[in-house]
Design a protein around this ligand. Structure first.
Ligand SMILES: Nc1ncnc2c1ncn2[C@@H]1O[C@H](COP(=O)(O)OP(=O)(O)OP(=O)(O)O)[C@@H](O)[C@H]1O
Length: 241
């Protein structure tokens, strides 16, 4: 099976803070992988390293076969990225923003691509609204559309469902599950246990920059323990260690 992400001893220091500490894992094609961890555990730093936005202090990562430190631009060209709490430019309409992204990515059939996303995520009636006037949920739909506009085979998404109402959450979860069914691969970060339990095939638990556990979602909790119990025991046990 093709590995879409391979991280080996990946480490990031910010001065005296080690945000990510010698983390190794891999994500295979067709997996929906969730990096689960409390606030400040290193999730965003991990995504930034995997997308070439932050250079690792030590260790290495290959994304779709490319070394992210050597080839960050090529990695960003290939993958879809939804950064944490990023908002589209306030001065463009939703449709203008997608056209802008399409131009940067040099895409053809732009109208068809945009229509597809407006229909799929059900926000076509907002296409001519300035991004600054969109609700948070609609802005997040737009961020999904921009990330998937070039039909990437791998998407890296920081906190995909935070602040979304249950209806938008359902739409996004269904979309991610369909995307993976069709052969796409997702690496997402979240601190919301229910999301990880519901949609992720495999989960890595990160705390204080270290990967404490990594395995199939159904195996992690084991023997009837809920994912919540498993997670709390793991993180609290680590804090006390
Ligand atoms: N640019 C930076 N400079 C200095 N320290 C940073 C920087 N970015 C992150 N950190 C620190 O690195 C650690 C990990 O932060 P990170 O944002 O990766 O965690 P997170 O798991 O994404 O948190 P949250 O769930 O709150 O978004 C934290 O201690 C944070 O303060």
């Amino acid at each position: 099976m093709r590995q879409m992400i391979e991280a080996v001893d990946l480490t990031k220091d910010y001065g005296s803070v080690t945000a990510v500490n010698r983390v190794s894992f891999s994500v295979a094609e067709g997996e929906l992988f969730g990096l689960l961890g409390p606030n400040g555990s290193g999730k965003t730093t991990m995504i930034r390293m995997l997308t070439g936005q932050v250079r690792p202090t030590a260790g290495s990562a290959r994304v779709m076969g490319l070394d992210v430190a050597d080839d960050p631009i090529a990695v960003r060209r290939l993958v879809g990225i939804i950064p944490e709490q990023e908002t589209p430019p306030s001065f463009l309409t939703a449709e203008e923003y997608l056209h802008f992204v399409a131009r940067i990515r040099n895409l053809d059939a732009v109208e068809e691509r945009c229509d597809h996303w407006f229909d799929l995520l059900e926000f076509g009636e907002k296409r001519n609204v300035l991004c600054k006037d969109l609700s948070r949920g609609t802005r997040q739909k737009l961020m999904f559309a921009q990330a998937f506009l070039h039909r990437p085979r791998l998407a890296l998404i920081d906190e995909p469902l935070i602040n979304l109402d249950p209806i938008v959450q359902r739409t996004v979860k269904d979309f991610l599950e369909d995307y993976v069914q069709d052969g796409g691969t997702v690496f997402l970060s979240t601190h919301i246990l229910e999301i990880a339990a519901e949609i992720c095939d495999r989960i890595g638990v990160i705390h204080n920059g270290r990967l404490l556990s990594c395995g199939r979602t159904e195996d992690l909790a084991g023997s009837g323990r809920s994912l919540e119990r498993f997670f709390l025991d793991l993180v609290r046990g680590d804090a006390g260690a």
